[in-house]
Design a protein around this ligand. Sequence first.
Ligand code: CTP
Ligand code: CA
Length: 223
Amino acid sequence: FEQDIEHRPLYGKHVLVTAGPTHEPIDPVRYLANRSSGKQGYAIAAAAAAAGAKVTLVSGPVHLRTPLGVDRIDVESAEDMAKAVREALPVDVAVMAAAVADWRTKEYNDIKIKKRGAAPPALVLTENPDILASVAASAKRPDLLVGFAAETNDVVDNARKKRKSKGVDWIVANDVSGDVMGGNDNHVHLVKEGKVEHWDPMTKQDVATKLIEEIAERLNNDD
Ligand code: CTP
Ligand code: CA
């Protein structure tokens, strides 16, 4: 964006982005995690800041540099992420790109679990809170709430269901059947209220720019 900051499309708006995986501790030396690199969420935070927004980025453990002009809050577990998100509200827009771990261990062992020479330990899991759904149901629900849906099959159908069941405005449906996790490219479908936009495969950076353009258009048409 070439314009002075106050002429940029998201000037005066506060955008919350979540990104990366979460780590669910098992004991002091072990955790459960997933393959998310955080690249897509970081690119969205960078694009929102470039568009003039105040940006809060709640980030799971990743190996990425903080984008310029972005206020980054680091978290480890899904429960920590839920708390950081609650504390960041209210915002005008939230884009929840994090790959939140669906489960955590039911009981954390505060000392290292030892091999016992017999059977390996059984990990008992419990479901994590759904951060996106709770933001949607909150009294501080942002004007525009965007979720992601990581799918390997029936991508758009599953994303449509998630949009409804979670009570969000848009879902970026992410086809993760290839090497999307960790890669630089992404193939997404933007599931909106009445329609679905099928975007060509492109870099995560281009997905971010296009998504921020659409968000700015939507906010500026509502004002
Ligand atoms: N999400 C969340 N909290 C969770 C799980 C997911 O906020 N505990 C958010 C993600 O950040 C994403 C959206 O919900 O924006 C969809 O995540 P996804 O993993 O695709 O959906 P789930 O509801 O977890 O369903 P499943 O993994 O079983 O397909
Ligand atoms: Ca999930």
